[in-house]
Design a protein around this ligand. Structure first.
Ligand code: MN
Ligand code: MN
Length: 308
């Protein structure tokens, strides 16, 4: 009888350690290997197999807005999952449809801004890959979606934000003034006990940079978007983030014009509803949140009560 008890205890311990080990493979924070698309399949396997939730796909926890996948035939909605963020790449536009990432203080540190712009080498052969100078002399900035400042725990994390698959052509005043102001607002929130889920992207054709209205760059390989949007879900720090989202959860959504006049108003002026951005992009945001809750939190414009 005693032996059975010991065996039982040992097998429980084994299962527990196995679970921990799986978790450490999946938890990007605990290893330096980027989560690749093939890992994604493995994650999915574990997610379905394991009877309890040790799985957390950090950057896509709230959903995959365009049901992107990593089939090479799906070049305009091609999923890339990295340790630092996840994205859907659009080969015809030469920039991402969206980038999604979790932000809390654990991502912050003292790594220097690397300014090491580079092509996205993980794209399959045959895909268009913008290079570090594809936007040169165009009148548009290489605008980060996942900001450099959101990923400065390590030099490697920071460098990951400089791949061109995380960039869109942004008017200088949008990139340097209005867009960055909202990025700073988010970085401020995480020092006040918030953790954030952020999704950002662009839509439409044609923006106004420092050389005037432009629809394409790089011999037509890169589209200039007309509008840039961002969605932010605010939670107080804690576990089980998805389960904690309810009809009182704060969400901020903005939709900004990609032109130099954007700076005439502060970022708050461009607030809108998630429903509005869903309608314009045809994506479904927060799809892992129960529909009844989505319905509620996606229709309101936040009044920024979190404004401390
Ligand atoms: Mn959490
Ligand atoms: Mn939705």
């Amino acid at each position: 009888m005693k032996l059975i008890k010991i065996l039982f205890t040992l097998s429980c311990l084994f299962l527990f350690l196995t679970a921990l080990n799986v978790n450490s493979i999946i938890d990007a924070r605990s290893n330096s290997t980027p989560i690749t698309n093939s890992n994604y399949t493995t994650d999915f396997f574990w997610e379905k197999l394991l009877p309890f939730q040790i799985y957390q796909d950090e950057h896509l926890l709230l959903g995959n807005p365009s049901s992107a996948n990593n089939y090479k035939t799906n070049a305009n909605n091609y999923l890339i999952i990295k340790h630092q963020y996840a994205l859907s790449y659009n080969n015809d536009k030469g920039y991402p449809n969206w980038v999604s990432w979790h932000l809390d203080l654990s991502w912050k540190g003292n790594a220097k801004r690397c300014n090491c712009f580079s092509a996205e080498e993980t794209l399959p052969n045959g895909f268009f890959k913008a290079s570090s100078n594809s936007y040169a002399k165009s009148g548009f900035d290489r605008g980060h979606l996942c900001p450099s400042e959101d990923r400065d725990a390590t030099a490697e994390d920071n460098a990951a934000t400089f791949t061109m698959s995380n960039m869109i052509p942004q008017s200088p005043n949008l990139n340097r003034i209005t867009w960055v102001a909202l990025e700073k607002y988010c970085q401020d929130l995480i020092t006040q006990d918030y953790e954030l889920y952020i999704i950002a992207g662009a839509y439409g054709i044609g923006g106004e940079g420092s050389k005037g209205y432009t629809e394409h760059l790089n011999q037509g390989k890169i589209t200039v978007p007309a509008r840039c949007w961002k969605i932010i879900v605010l939670l107080k720090n804690g576990p089980n983030d998805l389960q904690r989202i309810n009809s009182n959860t704060k969400v901020i959504a903005v939709d900004m014009p990609n032109n130099n006049s954007v700076k005439l108003f502060p970022w708050e002026h461009y607030r809108t509803t998630i429903d509005d951005i869903e309608q314009k992009t045809h994506y479904d945001f927060l799809s892992n949140v129960p529909a009844s809750i989505q319905q509620y939190i996606e229709k309101n414009i936040d009044d920024l009560p979190s404004k401390h």
